[in-house]
Every structure is written in C-alpha cells, then in structure tokens.
Design a protein around this ligand. Structure first.
Ligand code: FES
Length: 64
C-alpha cells in the first residue's frame, strides 16, 4: 500500500528501511523522501514506522 503518494513510497519500503536501520521519521525523509512534498503522509508513515520498530525490537526478558 502506498504511504507517500508524492514519492511513491509503500509500507514495504518503510519496513525495509527499518530493517536496514531507520529509526526515526528523519531517517525515512532522508532515505525515502517521505514528507518532502505535501507532508500529508506524515501521520500514516509514523504509524507504519512505529509498528515496524515494534516488530524489529526483540521482546525484553522479564527482570528477575
Ligand atoms: S504524500 Fe508524502 S509528501 Fe505528499
């Protein structure tokens, strides 16, 4: 699904960027061009980024 229509960026592209180290919206802007034009994609891109980061971060073991 397209997240940023202006730059033709899909949710898969964001997931791939996260798997390669992207952690912030700034990373997506620099690497993919997200929010560089109209900026309408910002909220949706942030949501996809947050979900991708949660998947990338391994669960913390319980503190004993
Ligand atoms: S939809 Fe992303 S900058 Fe316009």
């Amino acid at each position: 699904m397209y997240i940023c229509v202006c730059k033709g960026v899909t949710d898969r592209a964001i997931l791939e960027a996260v798997s390669q180290g992207a952690e912030r919206m700034r990373d997506l802007k620099v690497n993919l061009g997200i929010t560089e034009q109209c900026g309408i994609c910002a909220c949706h891109a942030k949501r996809v980024l947050d979900q991708a980061l949660m998947r990338e971060t391994p669960a913390q073991p319980p503190v004993t």
